[in-house]
Design a protein around this ligand. Structure first.
Ligand SMILES: Cc1ncc(COP(=O)(O)O)c(C=O)c1O
Length: 365
């Protein structure tokens, strides 16, 4: 990035918090000190005020429309990010002496499983650890337990760059899914899920909140010692306002959803993300220097992971890219290499420019 140019926006490939739609940021900036003549910022408003409740209801309705959430499911806004849900899910759903199935396809699924083990018997329904989490197990490899209260998986593995290309068939066992890093990137049949959750800091809003979409049939099953703040029953009864909700993050989510509508909704996002990911995977597949780290059939359209055979060359790539305004291309600290996170708000121009840079970098060597 040209030093001293503080007004220039760069291409930010961060895995989260990550780039948000420019129009959403600009609207937030324009409304920052005086929201629509109210004389105050949204972050200064009482969450019980009529003006804020209008924002809140509109955001919920827009999200319901964007993901075609059926009436059988409630939408909740909960604090604590996605990790909070690692505990909330078993506390609410596993029951006394209960068991659940977890598919372990990366660090976040593994973290969720470890947390769930505090509350019940957890079966590893499948794992891709044998090949460094580079693939998604096929349906035939899933070992489902008849007594499981739910089946848990992480739809997109942000660190390893793999994404489930199918919805698991579980013979009626409710499916719980962490969609933190691919929610709103494509249409989803919500009716197939008992519970979907997503930390908002990738495709939706600033960090600190999770969106939870829960089948009403799963509310009210919490263990007696479930903290009130983690109870889905309470969150539903109080419409996510048992305590002060993350008001500003909810407002920002609304601005992102307005932008999403102008881009053709989730169907538009699906077309765009597939095209963007293909641009980078094509460079990787044609390259003699870059190696994709995920198996082709399991590749994520959101987090493109790659490396060279030389960690010093990786560091040089990341440094040179950063100097040119391609920020945050280092892979997760646990795996190294490179990762380009190309969430909804990353413009195709940014991806094309990165592809050019990758080709140039290779040609120069
Ligand atoms: C798939 C997935 N799940 C969970 C998390 C944890 O989210 P949070 O930091 O909001 O707790 C992340 C964070 O990057 C993630 O990518």
């Amino acid at each position: 990035m040209a030093s001293g140019n503080f007004n220039k926006r760069i291409y930010n490939f961060s895995s989260g918090p990550s780039t948000l739609p420019l129009s959403a940021l600009e609207t937030a900036a324009a409304e920052m000190t005086n929201y629509r003549g109210s004389g105050m910022s949204v972050m200064e408003m009482s969450h019980r005020s009529r003006m804020y409740l209008e924002i809140f209801e509109e955001v919920k309705a827009s999200l319901r429309a964007a993901l075609s959430v059926p009436d059988t499911h409630e939408i909740l806004f909960m604090q604590g990010g996605a990790t909070f849900q690692f505990s909330a899910v078993p506390l609410n759903l596993i029951g006394d002496n209960g068991e659940a199935d977890y598919a372990v396809t990366g660090s976040f699924a593994s973290g969720a499983m470890k947390e769930a083990r505090k509350y019940g018997r957890i079966n590893v329904a499948a794992s891709s650890e044998d090949r460094d989490f580079s693939y998604i197990p096929p349906q035939g490899a899933l070992k489902l337990s008849p007594g499981a209260k739910y089946f848990y998986y992480c739809a997109n593995n942000t660190i390893y760059g793999t994404e489930w290309q199918y919805i698991p068939e579980t013979s009626g066992v409710p499916i719980v899914c962490d969609m933190s890093s691919n929610i709103l990137s494509k249409p989803v049949d919500v009716s197939k899920y008992g519970l979907i959750f997503a930390g908002v800091q990738k495709n939706m809003a600033p960090a600190g909140m999770a969106v939870v979409i829960i089948s009403k049939s799963l509310a009210g099953l919490e263990l007696p010692y479930t903290p009130r703040i983690m109870s889905y029953r309470t969150a539903i009864e109080k419409d996510s306002m048992d305590n002060t909700p993350p008001c500003y993050a909810i407002y920002m989510l609304g601005l992102t959803l307005k932008w999403l509508e102008t881009q053709g909704g989730v169907a538009g996002m699906e077309r765009r993300k597939a095209a963007k990911a293909k641009i980078l995977y094509d460079v990787i597949d044609a390259s003699h220097m870059f190696i994709g780290t995920a198996e082709k059939s399991s590749r994520s359209d959101m987090n493109i992971t790659f490396r060279t055979t030389d960690s010093e060359l990786d560091s040089r790539f990341i440094k040179e890219a950063s100097e040119l305004g391609f920020a945050n291309l280092a892979g997760h600290r646990s795996v190294g290499g490179m990762r380009a996170s190309v969430y909804n708000a990353m413009p195709e121009d940014g991806v094309l420019a990165l592809a050019d840079f990758m080709r140039d970098f290779e040609k120069k060597r």
